[in-house]
Design a protein around this ligand. Structure first.
Ligand SMILES: *Cc1c(COP(=O)(O)O)cnc(C)c1O
Ligand SMILES: [Zn+2]
Length: 413
């Protein structure tokens, strides 16, 4: 028995019993009626002290707060380090901390969602799991599916970085390259999964993936209770919304005295959540819900993990930004490359462009006076840069070449 009480539609407020609905609210077209998982908070309160006293080495430390019955699938997601980032903080003019999600087992924060989704799939005796992905969710779902002995099918846009297309196949998944965008891959995955009875992890559509991401909020509540800001990149908006949900719940359960503000960062090539947030700031009251599906924007950015033209969880992400008293900013690819160099050179963290957008976002927010000098700022480094060295290549200096005798080595080195 889990402590899930109901699934509630973010659009029409209908409540469903946990066993009755696996994806979105059937009252609306497409994937717009996103369901939110609600728990029995009275009973969670009884369990929280034992949870906090227990180990913190992976996300199953929070098992009573997760929608999984019994033993979850273990590959080591969660329990990641929070690094004191003095040099990065100096460069940005803030008291910086880096939450290092690059050390998750398949290299990104997506492992938190996949751990929960694959555990549920196994409990419900599904044989095949599927998702559409810009790369990291694919690797993550495939890795967890391998551990759970499930088959895995992945739909990706055809122009994926090479390593991101290799990693899920090495975990035994079938990768289907769709001649189109992430949006096309998403829709095709939805149709085929429904037809063939595959369990679908698609972002936002599957309400349980976000539930795993709450554990990032739980960990931050324990590791950085006095943070002023948590800064995250936004693609579909699930990661930020899930993290905020976890922070809010720990406030509600009395673990956290006050919650940090969320700063959501997008790249100039994919600004749909930012656009919606700025528009709604003038029209939607605190706690209100805006549109689920924002206007699409299909420029390009080097930050492929957040290159999402029509995000699926924009409504939840905007609400998280508003509820937390937070803000959103947009950054250029050039600023993202500088962010990559800063994270690497100051702190030894090799992050992919989408992650480095968070660093660039702090700089922009400082310039705009949103984040103030000396604020305690957690930058979430969401994914490793090792899967996309072609992008990183553009951020680094050339190799120094010498002959075997060392001739050519610059004097100044
Ligand atoms: C998926 C992803 C994001 C964005 O998360 P969303 O939930 O789509 O907003 C950011 N960084 C990395 C490395 C990712 O894999
Ligand atoms: Zn509904």
């Amino acid at each position: 028995m889990t402590l899930v009480e109901a699934l509630v539609c973010g659009r029409c407020g209908r409540r469903y019993a946990p066993g009755d609905m696996e994806y979105t609210c059937p009252e609306h077209d497409g994937v717009t009626g996103i369901l939110d998982v609600r728990y029995d908070y009275e009973r969670l309160r009884d369990q929280i002290d034992a949870v906090l006293d227990g180990p913190t080495d992976d996300l199953w430390s929070y098992e009573p707060l997760l929608p999984v019955d019994g033993e979850g699938v273990r590959l080591g997601a969660g329990g990641t380090d929070l690094l004191d980032a003095l040099a990065l903080g100096d460069a940005l003019g803030v008291d910086a901390l880096v939450k290092n999600e690059t050390t998750n087992p398949t290299g990104s924060n997506k492992d938190r969602g996949s751990a929960v989704v694959v555990s549920r799939a196994r409990q419900q005796d599904h044989e095949v799991v599927a998702c559409a992905s810009t790369g990291n969710a694919a690797a993550s779902l495939a890795g967890y599916a391998a551990r759970a002995d499930l088959e895995c099918r992945i739909f990706v846009p055809a122009d994926l970085p090479e390593a991101k297309a290799v990693q899920p196949r090495l975990y035994g998944a079938t990768v289907i390259g769709v001649d189109g965008s992430y949006a096309d891959a998403y829709e095709l995955c939805r149709e085929v999964s429904a037809d063939r009875g595959w369990y679908n992890r698609n972002a936002a559509m599957n309400p349980y993936a976000v539930e795993g991401k709450r554990t990032l909020g739980f960990e931050l509540a324990e590791q950085a209770p006095a943070a002023d800001w948590v800064v995250m990149p936004m693609g579909n908006g699930c990661s930020l919304a899930g993290t905020w949900k976890g922070l809010r719940e720990f406030e509600r359960l009395g673990v956290l005295e006050s919650t940090p503000r969320m700063l959501g960062v997008q790249a100039e090539g994919a600004t749909a959540i930012y656009d919606q947030f700025v528009t709604e700031s003038e029209t939607v009251p605190d706690g209100g819900t805006g549109r689920d599906t924002p206007r699409s924007n299909d420029e390009e950015t080097t930050a492929d993990s957040i290159d999402v033209g029509a995000p699926h969880n924009a409504g939840k992400a905007c609400r998280a930004l508003r509820e937390s008293g937070g803000d959103a900013v947009v950054v250029s690819d050039e600023a993202i490359r500088e962010g990559q160099r800063l994270l690497g050179g100051c702190e030894g963290v090799f992050a992919e462009p989408a992650s480095a957008a968070a660093v660039a976002g702090v700089r922009t927010a400082r310039e705009r006076g949103v984040v103030e000098h000396g604020d305690r700022v957690v930058v979430v480094a969401t994914g490793t840069g090792l899967k996309d060295t072609a992008s990183a290549q553009q951020a680094v200096e050339d190799v120094v070449t010498v002959d075997a005798a060392g001739d050519g080595l610059p004097e100044e080195l």
